[in-house]
Design a protein around this ligand. Structure first.
Ligand SMILES: Nc1ncnc2c1ncn2[C@@H]1O[C@H](COP(=O)(O)OP(=O)(O)OP(=O)(O)O)[C@@H](O)[C@H]1O
Ligand SMILES: [Mg+2]
Length: 210
């Protein structure tokens, strides 16, 4: 099972969501790997500081479309769930990440800038769909606050697009920033609300792919 987390924009939460989903799945008993495709290698670094007392998550860096294609089949055999932490670019690698995913998650922060980036993303998505019949792709609202009217308007704008939006959303929480620098996911951290929302996200994703 491959979960691709991708976007064309930097800093929208790809690595945060990849790591936090991986942590939830590992606690649920799945054998999990993260493939870090970004040159800044943030998931690789995260793995380096992760305490061995926590459930193990294999993290490896793969930086080209060709290498990803060559290694992904074996990874799929060796792990129950492979999460691909994407790179923000218009490269061939992004198309490969979209095509390989059994489910593709596209994090969006509810700002105008992120919405505009979705147009470019949809072009990529349409190209990928021409090569693969069914691409299950979903936007995931990150740093979302339902009480802010701009956030709600963005949610409504996304609903007009051909890609669905997941019901689960993540709030802006310090816990995400604090957990990551300790090599953890919020599932393992002290913020119960963060743990609850990330567990709901993991369950929603599992439901889609099961
Ligand atoms: N829900 C959240 N609450 C608080 N901080 C967040 C949240 N999501 C992401 N962040 C923070 O925002 C920053 C960018 O997130 P992240 O590194 O996950 O984005 P990215 O899409 O992987 O970026 P890049 O494109 O550079 O790889 C990080 O410092 C992260 O800790
Ligand atoms: Mg990243």
């Amino acid at each position: 099972m491959i979960i691709s987390v991708t976007s064309l924009k930097g800093g929208v939460g790809k690595s945060t969501i990849s790591q936090n989903l991986a942590v939830c799945f590992a606690h649920m008993g799945y054998k999990v790997a993260i493939v870090d495709t970004d040159t800044n290698a943030s998931s690789v670094h995260w793995s380096g500081i992760r305490d061995e007392a926590h459930p193990h998550i294999t993290v490896m860096g793969i930086g080209t479309s060709e290498a990803l294609r060559k290694n992904i089949k074996q990874l799929e055999k060796d792990y129950d769930i492979v999460v691909i932490d994407g790179t923000p670019s218009l490269s061939k690698l992004v198309s490969t990440i979209i095509i390989l995913g059994d489910v593709v998650l596209i994090p969006i922060r509810p700002s105008g800038l992120d919405i505009w980036a979705t147009e470019k993303f949809i072009e990529k998505y349409d190209q990928a769909k021409a090569l693969k019949e069914e691409v299950k792709a979903f936007f995931i609202l990150n740093e979302f606050n339902s009480r802010v009217s701009l956030n709600q308007s963005i949610k409504e704008a996304l609903a007009e697009l051909e890609i669905d939006t997941l019901k689960s959303t993540l709030r802006h929480r310090i816990a995400y920033e604090e957990a990551v620098v300790m090599g953890m996911g919020v599932y393992e951290y002290k913020d119960a609300k963060a743990k609850k929302e990330v567990t709901a996200l993991a369950n929603e994703v599992l439901k889609i792919i099961s």
